[in-house]
Design a protein around this ligand. Structure first.
Ligand SMILES: NC(=O)c1ccc[n+]([C@@H]2O[C@H](COP(=O)([O-])OP(=O)(O)OC[C@H]3O[C@@H](n4cnc5c(N)ncnc54)[C@H](O)[C@@H]3O)[C@@H](O)[C@H]2O)c1
Length: 327
């Protein structure tokens, strides 16, 4: 298939693009490089462009004539979205509408959309299924939920077939060492912990040690980015015009912040100083995915289920690329 990928120079998008390339799909990556990196994709696949530029976007789509679109491009920091909600509504909502309008005009009827477990807000229990209430508590989470709803409406209206993939915490780096995670500033726990191990930060802050969890710290589900890539490939192959799939992508188990730090100490054999800090507003105590639906619908299950393996893949990449893609 011809597959058009927005945000394909970013962390999750570049890993998914690599998997699709291996599977023989022809790719066009549309990315404004605001948080993405040129070396994360082959130069001849990249078109530097912004989703806000409707004319350029439409022209690229019309020229490439994709069979399907994978839409990763977005802003993704919940705390930042509280401070600057309109930036988030503009990039994640308005710009997604730009993409959908161009797709409708050109009769492109297949879309895989990066949604997020943030749509669940503060869930009533830690093990999360897709039919639990979606009550996001940040503008970021609301942009994702709004777009899921918009995609559902586009199904009957013009035949859009969509997959909304609700990732839990994307983690790790390509198992073959070719790609990794390079966000600036880095907010995700595993790379932050590894920056401490590498001596780039003095300590890791643990936000909240009095949660109702076995060791008092928050529990999250760390899904390896290569497993996410495999799920995107499977979803792409199963899109059906007019129908929407909504699927959790996670490992079916959670790890606490303290467990992540301990595993990182084992993997890196480095000291990782910790500073215990107050809770952050809006952090759910514990969340992990029940991903049975993804298994039934896609025949997919996370393969990398060992936290140390996830961390080791990230450590290998960060050790080989101490300045990220700038190395
Ligand atoms: N990383 C996670 O843990 C996680 C979890 C849940 C959901 N998600 C979702 O997955 C997607 C990818 O996340 P990521 O971690 O790879 O982020 P990322 O910042 O690494 O990648 C986003 C990419 O989109 C590009 N981009 C942003 N706005 C654009 C625009 N207006 N026009 C063109 N390109 C634009 C950026 O340059 C970047 O390459 C996002 O939609 C995010 O909300 C990520």
């Amino acid at each position: 298939m011809n597959v058009f990928i927005t945000g394909g120079c970013g962390y999750v998008g570049s890993h998914c693009a690599k998997r699709l390339r291996q599977a023989g799909h022809r790719l066009r990556i549309y990315d404004n490089l605001s948080t993405g990196h040129r070396p994360a994709a082959p130069a001849d696949e990249i078109c530097v462009g912004d989703l806000a530029d409707r004319a350029a976007l439409r022209a690229e789509l019309a020229a490439f004539r994709p069979d399907a679109v994978l839409h990763f491009a977005a802003f993704l920091q919940p705390a930042e979205s509280v401070q600057f909600p309109l930036r988030y509504y503009r990039n994640n909502v308005v710009n997604t509408i730009n993409l959908l309008e161009a797709m409708a005009e050109l009769s492109i009827c297949r879309l895989v959309f990066s949604s997020s477990c943030t749509v669940y807000g503060l869930p009533s229990k830690p093990a999360i299924t897709e039919d639990m209430p979606t009550e996001p508590i940040s503008p970021y989470g609301r942009t994702k939920r709004m777009m899921e709803q918009a995609l559902a409406d586009c199904g009957p209206a013009w035949g859009l077939g969509s997959a909304c993939l609700r990732y839990f915490n994307a983690a790790g780096a390509a198992l073959d060492g070719t790609l990794g995670e390079d966000h600036d500033p880095e907010i995700h726990l595993i790379p932050v912990v590894l920056q401490v191990a590498a001596g780039k930060r003095p300590h890791v802050a643990v936000f909240g040690t009095d949660y109702d969890t076995p060791d008092g710290t928050c529990i999250r589900d760390y899904i390896h980015v290569d497993d996410l890539a495999e799920a995107h490939l499977a979803a792409l192959e199963r899109l059906e015009p007019g129908r929407q799939m909504v699927l959790n992508l996670g490992t079916q188990r959670g790890h606490s912040v303290r467990e992540v730090i301990e595993a990182a100490r084992k993997v890196t054999r480095r000291d990782i100083p910790v500073v215990e800090s107050p809770r952050r507003p809006g952090d759910a105590p514990a969340m992990y995915a029940l991903a049975d639906r993804a298994e039934q619908v896609l025949g997919w299950r996370a393969k990398v289920r060992n936290l140390e393996e996830v961390i080791a893949s990230a450590w290998r990449w960060h050790s080989a690329h101490p300045d990220g893609y700038g190395s």
